[in-house]
Design a protein around this ligand. Structure first.
Ligand code: ZN
Length: 305
């Protein structure tokens, strides 16, 4: 099948063509401006390749809950031009094919669960730490939505006694994103993370917050693995620090085979930063399956499609 993938970000739209094996055949990037300007360019690209379904992993907040009035909308995003925009409806109308829809981090989680390091696991967490923090949650073999979708990037954390930085989040003084995303590192230390590589205290503090979040994810979601991705996690020295602080904070409270080897429990993403696009391909495929199922049910012959 020819599947379309859209990794919709606040600064760029990555549009790709691929197949159900997760192979990416072509990819372009379009600046995110406004629906009026950006949508026609994306639609033209997908039309040109005659895609049979589209999967959209989208910046948020969004409404991914099927059956609700604003399903498929980007909702209260700070990107004003896209507020209350029915992105799924616009693609369905223009392309006439099934459209799968979820958050960008849930799509990345799905990519890892289908093609990557979480393949075969029933429960897993994907955390991306970059300009913001997003968390994708895969539970009992499916992505978690609930009343909207998890916003665990804003998990409230205990501040380190030595940290006087007030936090970057306009809503919370001490949330994960506000204390540990790229802009917080830059504001706290006066330089970009990439230029602070050799400052051990920068990464020890960063690891303290990420490890706290990971402990909380273990306690709340019971994941079999925690995947850490995003630009900040390109600082690979963070991984052993996070694992060590995780061990100290967990204090052997939870004892499972998974936690015996933290090198296999807290891991980097595995698909070379393609997990988002590959997850969108899987979202597209799932949308095809759901449409076939709906048609089968309508015709009253579920097994004769
Ligand atoms: Zn916050």
């Amino acid at each position: 099948m020819i599947l379309g993938a859209l990794e919709a970000g606040g600064t760029k739209m990555v549009c790709a063509i691929g197949n159900e094996q997760g192979e990416i055949l072509e990819r372009i990037s379009i600046p995110t401006v406004s629906p009026e300007e950006t949508m026609p360019q994306m639609i033209a690209f997908f039309r040109e390749h005659h895609i049979e379904a589209l999967g959209v992993g989208c910046f948020g907040p969004i409404n991914p809950v099927k059956g609700t009035a604003t399903y498929g909308y980007i909702t209260s995003t700070p990107k004003l031009a896209w507020q209350q925009y029915n992105i799924v409806g616009a693609f369905e109308e223009a392309l006439g094919c099934p459209v799968g829809f979820d958050t960008d981090v849930n799509a990345a989680m799905l990519g890892e669960a289908t093609f990557g390091i979480a393949k075969g696991l029933d429960n897993c967490i994907y955390v991306t730490i970059g300009t913001g923090v997003g968390v994708g949650v895969y539970i009992n073999g499916g992505l978690l939505h609930g009343m909207m979708h998890p916003e665990a990037g804003h998990l409230l954390l205990q501040r380190h006694p030595s940290d006087s930085y007030p936090g970057k989040c306009p809503f919370h003084g001490n949330c994960l994103e506000g204390l540990a995303a790229g802009p917080a590192i830059e504001a706290r230390w006066g330089a970009r993370g990439i230029d602070l590589k050799d400052r051990r205290e920068v990464w020890e503090l960063e690891a303290y917050y990420i490890a706290q979040a990971c402990v909380n994810f273990t306690l709340v979601y019971s994941p079999r693995r925690i995947i850490l991705g995003g630009g900040v996690m390109h600082q690979e020295q963070l991984f052993p620090m996070v694992r060590q602080q995780y061990q100290e904070l967990m204090a052997d409270y939870v004892v499972t085979p998974e936690l015996e080897n933290l090198n296999r429990y807290i891991v980097p993403c595995s698909l070379g930063d393609n997990q988002g696009v590959m997850g969108c391909l899987e979202l597209a495929l799932e949308a095809v399956g759901e449409q076939l199922l709906a048609k089968g049910l309508q015709n009253g012959k579920l097994f004769d499609l």
